[in-house]
Design a protein around this ligand. Structure first.
Ligand SMILES: [Zn+2]
Length: 423
């Protein structure tokens, strides 16, 4: 132990859930990825739920700690931020989306969501932007409240509630016209949109999610839904309350309209062209590419990845993602988790590397970039004054993103959630 640190041993105070929690934790002398770059020989001191020192180990002022972790062989980094999850969905190869929306009770969906939240946090994802319950009303807002009350472990949540779709565009579909089925999102058009945005805000959502296009073309292909004016009224109404709008958009025209309307992020973006990505840069709209979702869906449909040739959808996705990178669009990290397994969030980060980003840039996306785009000013970085959401992995994730798959230690809001260090 260094001179200057007074180590008080494992005298943790008792936390409300019965687990012992330290009052001051020192992560001592090793590799720290601070959200931007990797630093060696750094120490990080946490008091309560706040990072009070992050810098060269030798410059750490004298301090009292009751929890000491040697960083040798490990990398400390900010808790990961998942940009696009659906805690109320589970993989479609287990149960198709229609059946989840129509046949699973709210109780079943909540029980699953509780498990998903635990798995997510355990994997080192301390925050999720959860983009729609898909037919489960505002249960996401209620799940978030249950996590905040300490009733269950789970990530910090940004919620979108029901999400908004244009009348006639969304599913489940395929029923006789006299049969009324509940939809996966809330329908509204024209002036109604203002009321529906306000209603969702009243139910406690943190962001408004809108589907700027959907698969409702004459041949079931994706086609734009709302006009620019409609999207603008959504953005203006949300902005008036201090909330951002997130747009699902996979077509060039849907992306164009959403960008011009002033949304903060575009989800998926498969049909993006160099011109559209330039427009997004100009309007400061970020892209959340959800690479892993399309990849998973193609595999559910029988594509044997690595054996069969790449389907057109994958070829196109690689091309459009490459164009987004080339244009310099801000890239969020978000996989559309729920389409694939919760807790397997790193799959998206691996695919971002596979599709052309450096490991370090992907790591920035999953920490500081997501924090900035989602307006989480006290998260995503390891520096003085930030909230103590921290994880530890073995090895160097700036060289190999896959080491994030094994988070050995997870701290959220200064509380130790998981510790497999054996210290
Ligand atoms: Zn989604």
């Amino acid at each position: 132990m260094r001179i200057g640190i007074i180590y008080l041993g494992l005298l943790f105070g008792l936390h409300i859930d019965g687990s012992a929690q330290p009052t001051a934790s020192l992560f001592q002398n090793g590799n720290v990825f601070d959200g931007s770059d990797l630093h060696s020989n750094w120490s990080v001191l946490v008091q309560g739920n706040e990072i009070v020192y992050a810098g060269l180990a030798e410059d750490l002022p004298e301090t009292e700690v009751d929890h000491l972790i040697e960083l040798e062989g490990l990398t400390l980094l900010p808790g990961l931020i998942e940009g696009h999850s659906h805690l109320f969905l589970h993989p479609y190869d287990e149960t198709g989306w229609n059946d989840q929306v129509l046949k699973e009770s709210f109780t079943e969906r909540t029980v699953r969501a509780v498990n998903h939240a635990k798995a997510t946090l355990n994997a080192g994802i301390t925050t999720v932007r959860d983009l729609g319950t898909e037919g489960a009303a505002f249960l996401d807002v209620e799940l978030k409240q249950s996590i905040e009350k300490g009733l269950m472990p789970g990530p910090r949540m940004i919620t979108a509630g029901r999400a908004i779709v244009a009348t006639g565009s969304y599913g489940p579909k395929g029923f006789a016209s006299h049969v009324k089925v509940p939809l996966g999102a809330q329908e509204a058009d024209d002036r109604e949109l203002v009321r529906v945005v306000r209603e969702q805000i009243g139910h406690g959502v943190d962001v408004i999610k809108v589907y700027a296009d959907y698969r409702w073309g004459p041949f079931g292909q994706a086609a734009p839904t709302f006009s620019v004016e409609e999207l603008r009224s959504i953005v203006e109404t949300a902005a008036s309350s201090g909330r951002m709008v997130v747009a699902h958009a996979a077509t060039e025209e849907g992306m164009r309209r959403a960008t011009l309307a002033g949304v903060s992020t575009i989800e998926h973006g498969d049909g993006g062209t160099p011109e559209i990505f330039e427009l997004m840069v100009e309007h400061k709209v970020a892209l959340c590419p959800t690479l892993a979702a399309g990849d998973a869906i193609m595999q559910y449909r029988g594509w044997k990845k690595g054996v069969d040739p790449e389907p057109d959808r994958i070829v196109q996705k690689k091309k459009s993602f490459g164009a987004a990178l080339k244009a310099g669009v801000t890239i969020c990290a978000g996989g559309d988790v729920g389409v694939f397994t919760h807790g397997d969030n790193v799959r998206e980060l691996e695919m971002m590397v596979e599709y052309g980003m450096s490991d370090k840039d992907v790591l920035r996306s999953a920490t500081s970039v997501n924090a900035q785009v989602f307006d989480l000013s006290n998260l995503g970085k390891i520096e003085h004054g930030k909230m103590a959401d921290l994880i530890l992995v073995e090895g160097d994730p700036t060289e190999n993103i896959s080491v994030l798959r094994l988070a050995k230690f997870v701290m959220k809001d200064g509380k130790i959630i998981k510790d497999e260090l054996g210290s």
